[in-house]
Design a binder for this molecule. Structure first.
Ligand code: CTP
Length: 470
C-alpha cells in the first residue's frame, strides 16, 4: 500500500527525504502519525524514525530549514523542534529493555524491526518509508492496517511482555479504545487484569493524563467499562469502582450506580467538551455507597450523598493530582446536583430560587446540564416530565432574576436632580419621570449611562410636565 500522495502534503516530508538521501540513511514516518493518517484524523505531532544517528539527522534537517533550536534528549536518542505548527520529533531506531522497578527504558541502538516490535499496539507499529527506493510505502510487520480496519487494539508481542515493559500501556489500550471506539483484544484484557498492580510503578501524573483522555473521549463509558472489567479501576479510582453493585431505586430501570453513572457521563459528553463538567458527572453520586440505607416503605435512600460527595473531592483531587483550580467547581456541582429537582417539585419561594442562583453563580447552566444528563430513565414520559421540571426551574430563575434586576435598578439621574431640573416638589410626578427613564434604559432606547439619561430627561420632560399640568 502506498501513501505518497497523502504524505506529500506534509510540509517537511520532502526536506527529510532529501536529507536522508544525502546522509545515506533510512527515515520513516512512524507510530501514531501513520495510524492517524490512515484514519484521516488531524494531528500536529509528527514522529520520524531514523535508522542511524537521529540527533545528527535532526540537526541536518533543522539547518536546511533555518531552525535554530533543536531540543535533544541524548539518553533516549530523540530530538525535536517546532516547524510550521508541527511538533517534529526524530527518534533513533532502538532496542529497549526495562528495569522491572521503573518505566525508564535502558536504550540501545537497534534495527528498524527492533524498534517497531517494542511499540505498544499493532495500530501504532506501522511506518511509512520516506526513502527514495520505496517512498510512501506502508511497512506493516504486525498487520496494524487490518486491526485498524477491524477496530481492534492488539499488542505486537505477547501483551504480558508489552505491559511488563511499560505498564502505562494498560491505560493507553483503554484510552485508544475509548478515543477511537475500538475493541481491545481478549489477550490484552487477560494481561491487564493479571498485571494491574504493575501500574503502581507509573507516576500518578501519567495515569491521570490517560484517565482524563478517556473522560474526554466521545463515549467515555467504553474506556470506563474496560477499566472496570480489568479491575484497573480499583487501583486508579476505587471510589468509582465501588459504585458497582450498589442498588438504587427500581424505577431507574438499571439498579447499579456504576452503570447509571456511565450513562450520565455518556449523556453529558454528547452535549459538552467541558472536561470538568464531565468529571462532575462521573463523581456526582460518588458517596452513594457510604450513605445507602434501606427505609421501610420507601426503599433505598442515599441521604446526604451530595454533601458527602462534595467533601470527598478534595482528597481525590490531591491523590489524583488533578488541577486544584477546578476543585471548587466540581464540589459545587456535586453539592447542588439534587437542588434543581427539589425546587421543581413544590411551590417554591423566590428566596429558594434566589439561594440557588447565588450558590450556583456562573455555573447554573452547567448545573442544569448535569441535571439533564442525570435523567437516565428509559420511560419517555418520565424523561419528558423531568426535562419539563428543569425548564420550569429555569423559567423561575429567569423570573426571579428579572424581578431582582428591576428592584435593584435605578435611573442614573436621581429624583433630586429631576426635581431641580423640572422645578418640581417631591411628588408622584418625579417618580413617573424617573420610571420613564428607567423603562427607556431597560427597553434599550437609551444606554445605561448618566449622560444618556440626562439627555433623555431633557427631551421628555416638557411632555411630561405638560401632561401633568392638564
Ligand atoms: N509508544 C509506545 N509505548 C508508549 C508510548 C508510545 O510504544 N507507552 C509508541 C507508539 O508507537 C506510539 C508512539 O510511540 O504511536 C508515539 O507515542 P505518543 O505520541 O504517546 O502516542 P500516539 O500514538 O502518537 O497517540 P497520541 O498522540 O494520541 O497520544
Amino acid at each position: 500500500m502506498n501513501f505518497s500522495n497523502e504524505i506529500k502534503n506534509i510540509p517537511i516530508v520532502s526536506i527529510i527525504t532529501e536529507a536522508a538521501k544525502e546522509s545515506g540513511i533510512e527515515v520513516f514516518l512512524v507510530g501514531g502519525v501513520v495510524r492517524d493518517l490512515i484514519l484521516k484524523r488531524d494531528r500536529s505531532d509528527l514522529d520520524f524514525l531514523v535508522i542511524g544517528d537521529s540527533l545528527k539527522f535532526a540537526e541536518k534537517v533543522a539547518n536546511k530549514i533555518g531552525i535554530q533550536k533543536v531540543t535533544k534528549f541524548r539518553n533516549f536518542g530523540t530530538a525535536h523542534f517546532i516547524y510550521e505548527n508541527y511538533d517534529i520529533e526524530f527518534v533513533g531506531a532502538r532496542k529497549e529493555s526495562y528495569n522491572r522497578d521503573s518505566r525508564k527504558p535502558i536504550v540501545e541502538d537497534g534495527t528498524f524491526e527492533d524498534d517497531i516490535k517494542r511499540r505498544d499496539f499493532t495500530i501504532n507499529a506501522m511506518a511509512i518509508s520516506l526513502n527514495d527506493k520505496n517512498f510512501g510505502e506502508l511497512i506493516d510487520i504486525f498487520n496494524g492496517y487490518n486491526d485498524l480496519h477491524n477496530k481492534l487494539i492488539k499488542t505486537p508481542l505477547d501483551p504480558f511482555q508489552t505491559f511488563d515493559d511499560d505498564p502505562l500501556r494498560i491505560m493507553r489500550a483503554f484510552r485508544f479504545a475509548a478515543q477511537l471506539e475500538f475493541q481491545v483484544d481478549e489477550t490484552i484484557m487477560k494481561a491487564a487484569k493479571e498485571m494491574k498492580e504493575r501500574l503502581r510503578i507509573v507516576s500518578q501524573e501519567r495515569i491521570t493524563d490517560e484517565f482524563l483522555k478517556i473522560l474526554s473521549a466521545p463515549k467515555p463509558s467504553i474506556g470506563f467499562k474496560l477499566l472496570y472489567d480489568s479491575e484497573v479501576l480499583q487501583i486508579i479510582f476505587p471510589e468509582i469502582h465501588n459504585l458497582a453493585g450498589v442498588d438504587q431505586r427500581q424505577d431507574y430501570h438499571h439498579k447499579d450506580v456504576f452503570l447509571h453513572t456511565l450513562i450520565v457521563v455518556d449523556n453529558i459528553s454528547q452535549v459538552t467538551e467541558n472536561l470538568w463538567l464531565r468529571f462532575a458527572a462521573l463523581v456526582h453520586d460518588i458517596a452513594k455507597p457510604q450513605t445507602k440505607k434501606f427505609v421501610e416503605g420507601i426503599g433505598w435512600t442515599f441521604h446526604g450523598h451530595e454533601e458527602l460527595g462534595a467533601r470527598m473531592m478534595k482528597n481525590i483531587f490531591h491523590r489524583m493530582k488533578l488541577p486544584m483550580n477546578k476543585l471548587e467547581y466540581v464540589e459545587k456541582l456535586v453539592r447542588l446536583h439534587l437542588r434543581p429537582i427539589a425546587l421543581a417539585k413544590e411551590e417554591v419561594t423566590d428566596s429558594a430560587i434566589r439561594r440557588l442562583i447565588v450558590q450556583a453563580g456562573d455555573d447554573l447552566q452547567d448545573l442544569i446540564t448535569l441535571c439533564r444528563a442525570d435523567i437516565t430513565s428509559k420511560n419517555p414520559q418520565k424523561v419528558e416530565k423531568y426535562l419539563a421540571n428543569y425548564e420550569a426551574v429555569m423559567q423561575k430563575v429567569l423570573e426571579v432574576r428579572e424581578k431582582d434586576r428591576l428592584r435593584a435598578f435605578q435611573s442614573p439621574v436621581r429624583g433630586d436632580e429631576i426635581m431641580k431640573i423640572c422645578n418640581l416638589k417631591p411628588s408622584k410626578k418625579v417618580g413617573v419621570i424617573k420610571k420613564a427613564i428607567e423603562e427607556a434604559i431597560l427597553d434599550g432606547v437609551i444606554e445605561n449611562s448618566y449622560e444618556a439619561a440626562l439627555e433623555y430627561l431633557m427631551k421628555i420632560k416638557d411632555d411630561f410636565l405638560k401632561e401633568n399640568d392638564s
